[in-house]
Write a new protein. Structure first.
Length: 202
């Protein structure tokens, strides 16, 4: 109940909060969100790949929870997988977060962004039904749009755009793996490790 109330209060405050527009690194937003989710991926086989992300113009205070919520959902709905594959990238003028998790019935995709609307049973996956509605409102306030694609048991992809995105200035790509799968992989190739083994850098 506490999480639900907090979510509703955040949704209400968002309607009144002024936006602070500035160019920001979206890879930093991803890194911060991933760090916050360390307890959710502890002991799991999780790989996160982060591609080239253009500099975005927006309010970092608000974009941060969008990134965190999309990553949290990707982790949550891949719990049934032996190995969770999550990717963050940019293609076709939109940022995306994709996973190989439980997916959803695409006929009801629009309901994902409505308050209290959920496409999975609460006993299977916890949640308040507020997170994606809040993310949608934040993206709308930035002059963008958010949508989802998926299929039952075949994973999901969430896309979003921002009104001002400098696609001509991509950030460097990074590959991230949890400690269970690092081995001689990502870290051995000179890429930064954002596993549960330590703090992320961006």
């Amino acid at each position: 109940m506490g999480e639900l109330i907090d979510g509703l209060l955040a949704f209400s405050r968002l309607q009144r909060q002024e936006l602070s527009h500035e160019e920001g690194r979206l890879d930093a937003v991803v890194a911060e969100g991933w760090d916050e989710l360390a307890p959710d991926r502890a002991g799991r086989g999780v790989e996160l790949r982060v591609g080239d992300l253009p500099i975005g113009d927006g309010d970092r205070r608000l974009l941060r929870p969008v990134g965190a919520d999309l990553l949290h959902n990707a982790l949550k709905y891949t719990r049934g997988r032996e190995r969770a594959d999550i990717e963050v990238g940019f293609a076709g003028g939109a940022y995306f977060v994709t996973d190989n998790g439980a997916g959803f019935d695409a006929r009801y995709a629009d309901r994902l962004f409505q308050v209290f609307q959920r496409l999975h049973r609460a006993e299977d996956y916890e949640g308040t039904g507020v997170g994606l509605a809040l993310a949608s409102r934040i993206i709308q306030r930035h002059g963008g749009r958010i949508w989802a694609e998926g299929a039952t048991d075949r994973g999901a992809t969430f896309h979003f755009t921002l009104h001002h995105t400098n696609a001509a200035r991509p950030q460097r790509s990074e590959e991230v793996q949890d400690a269970e799968h690092v081995g001689a992989g990502t870290a051995g190739r000179g890429q930064p490790d954002r596993s549960g083994a330590g703090p992320a850098g961006a």
